[in-house]
Design a protein around this ligand. Sequence first.
Ligand code: DGP
Ligand code: NA
Ligand code: NA
Length: 210
Amino acid sequence: ENKESSSSRGALIVLEGLDRCGKTSQSGRLYKYLDDQGHSVESWRFPDRNTGVGQMISSYLANKSQLDDHAIHLLFSANRWEKRSLMEEKLKSGTTLIVDRYSYSGVAFSSAKGLDIEWCKAPEIGLLAPDLVVYLDISPEKAAERGGYGDERYEQLEFQKKVAGSYLSLRDSSWKVIDATLSIEDVEKKLREVVLDCMMTCHKGKPMSQ
Ligand code: DGP
Ligand code: NA
Ligand code: NA
């Protein structure tokens, strides 16, 4: 029985990892695969740079504006909050969402700057909890070798090392960790396995949590 019944909700699947870990291309491939299989699925990403808040974030990341570390943290969180009701609607209507970065990025990147981790987590409380978090694991050094970083604010080796440490402290048993240094095809295959497993079993009958 491969088809979901029309009454079941979609799964909230989150991809996390350092910059250049391959998340964005993997979410694209996963989206295409699930869509081709006939699933109702959408590919999302945070920050969503298309909103007003998202434009402020984009300008900050491009070093075109300066903001207090706490203020930008709250903007990233607000950017997730402004999409929350749409997210809930989609999931309720049976659409599975593949989300490139979510609250873990929020906490990992800001706490890497030295902000208190509990303070960082607070504005994320009440957002929808993922059914599955997949961490694409790569060392900061290997990630930096991949075609180089762009010009964005956080794309620097020393900072990414701190982010990697923060992510490590956030990992729990609900995370699936995939070795992101495998070939694109192998990462894709492993990602499909954990995602299909989640879609078949892990969220069935489970209410959306916050
Ligand atoms: P991306 O579009 O996935 O390349 O993300 C842009 C950059 O912003 C990337 O370096 C990760 C970082 N980032 C993503 N989400 C958050 C967040 O919620 N808070 C902070 N501080 N940084 C974030
Ligand atoms: Na980036
Ligand atoms: Na990305």
